[in-house]
Design a protein around this ligand. Structure first.
Ligand code: BG6
Length: 466
């Protein structure tokens, strides 16, 4: 077989788990947009074990497009349908991969997307290799990448047997999100932030990811995962890395990833004394959840970064399901002046930079301003530097397009994944007590006790200002 050049774009897309939830929610709309906006015209092969035909897969794709407000009779949708192929078969059966190899011909640089449970990653990767479908190929894997540090390392060893690191694309869709890119851009396109972005000026950092919905139809998956593995280990640590890393240097492709990796390697592993886990009342009634499950649907942690820039700055992160609203934000809280010149008692949040990640994408600067009049008293205000409505360009379109071109910057890397597991490993597996909370509240009261004097927690509100 003739090897395709290393940076050649992928000439076929194969997605395993074609009949599943992720394909319906994310992959079909992303493929549609790639066809519509970037003229994607390579064969797209869905693989699953459902006994389906290609017509049924097209039907599923149409449903998915409709659910995303896309007309299935549009020109791009029709082109997408024509590109679709389907291979049915068990992932443990070599015949499935032989059929795939025939369907792939003459592709030389296919992209294989594993939208399947992580327990199948190794089986599928092995099947691809033995059938030569892995030759010259790229591999995209979904999170969770392992369920702790040891299993992630073991999985990495297996995948690396068949694919080189530069051809493995580990998705953390938060890295492809506009608001996360916005943090990066705001920090490094404005020299005004850099001098104050350190322990001399920053009092503390808070990151909140609140979701007002519960686990609903994902009980089985979630009950093996929990909030620490589901969002803290990946999405929220990546947000922290983008917020606190050093500026990328040089022109190397991996400059930004290197800095994220350096930052994550400097985060001290979590201390169970600084972790509060919660579970919302009623979680046990969700189908797929085990009776007596002690899986957390809420987590709040205190972290520290052991670097000259951040030593001693407490970082608080919390995430939870069934909280009062769905909103995510990052708050960098500045120290007060060394003396209160005007003798005022001022609230803790009077100086800050706030990045909201959802529902709006904004950057705000919190300052104190004087109230007109003879007295030297002030009030807090927030100057909104920019605010746009939530993303119109979903991250999967961007990520899939990047992976097809072999651009890995917005994916995690083996060393990043390892550094992230290193941080959460000490608090996995019920090491920390579990507290109950009422759905619609901000989690267990213990989270407020944990933040103590560094608090209170700042609760996002949908007006944007707090
Ligand atoms: C997923 C988690 O990775 O991210 C979900 O599995 C979570 O539990 C979701 O709801 C949040 O992503 P987004 O893009 O909706 O903020």
């Amino acid at each position: 077989m003739i090897e395709a050049p290393h940076d050649a774009p992928s000439d076929a897309v194969v997605f395993f788990g074609a009949t599943g939830d992720l394909a319906r929610k994310q992959i079909f709309p992303a493929l549609y947009r790639l066809v519509a906006e970037q003229d994607l015209s390579v064969p797209i092969i869905g693989v699953a074990k459902q006994g389906w035909t290609v017509e049924q897969l097209r039907g599923r794709a149409e449903e998915s497009l409709k659910e995303h407000g896309i007309k299935p009779d549009s020109d791009a949708a029709r082109r997408l349908m024509q590109l679709l192929r389907y291979v049915d078969g068990d992932y443990t059966d070599p015949a499935t991969f032989t059929t795939l190899r025939h369907t792939l011909d003459p592709a030389r640089r296919p992209l294989h997307y594993l939208a399947v449970p992580p327990s199948l990653f190794a089986t599928v990767a092995g099947g691809l290799a033995k059938s030569h479908c892995a030759d010259g190929a790229r591999l995209v894997v979904e999170k969770p990448f392992g369920h702790d540090r040891a299993s992630a390392r073991a999985l990495d060893t297996v995948l690396r047997r068949y694919f080189s690191e530069e051809n493995i694309f580990r998705i953390d869709h938060y890295l492809g999100k506009e608001p996360v890119q916005n943090i990066l851009y705001s920090r490094f396109a404005n020299p005004v932030f850099e001098p104050i972005w350190n322990r001399a000026y920053v009092q503390s950092i808070q990151i909140t990811m609140a979701e007002d919905f519960g686990v609903e139809d994902r009980g089985r998956f979630y009950d093996e995962t929990g909030a620490i593995r589901d969002v803290l280990q990946n999405h929220l640590l990546q947000v922290l890395a983008v917020l606190t890393m050093d500026p990328p240097t040089g022109e190397e492709n991996d400059a930004e990833r290197d800095q994220r990796a350096n930052l994550l390697k400097a985060v001290r592993p979590l201390d169970p004394a600084h972790v509060v886990r919660g579970q919302y009342d009623g979680y046990h009634t969700v189908p797929g959840v085990r009776a007596g499950s002690t899986v957390e649907t809420f987590v709040a942690v205190r972290l520290e970064i052991e670097s000259w820039r951040w030593a001693g700055v407490p970082i608080y992160i919390r995430a939870g399901k069934r909280l009062p609203l769905t909103a995510s934000e990052v708050l960098v809280i500045f120290k007060r002046p060394p003396r209160e010149t005007f003798g005022e008692i001022v609230p803790v949040f009077s100086g800050h930079v706030r990045f909201t990640l959802s529902p709006d994408v904004s950057v705000g600067l919190g300052v104190r301003v004087k109230v007109p009049g003879e007295r030297m008293v002030g009030r807090d205000t927030e100057l909104i530097l920019t605010r746009q409505p939530g993303e119109d360009r979903p991250p999967y379109q961007r990520l899939l397009g990047d992976a097809m071109r072999g651009v890995g910057e917005l994916f995690t890397r083996s060393d990043l994944v390892d550094a992230q597991w290193r941080i959460v490993d000490p608090v996995l597996n019920n090491v920390c007590p579990l507290y109950r909370y009422t759905g619609g509240s901000w989690g267990p009261a213990e989270a407020a006790q944990m933040i103590g004097q560094d608090g209170p927690w700042h609760d996002p509100n949908l007006g944007g200002q707090g």
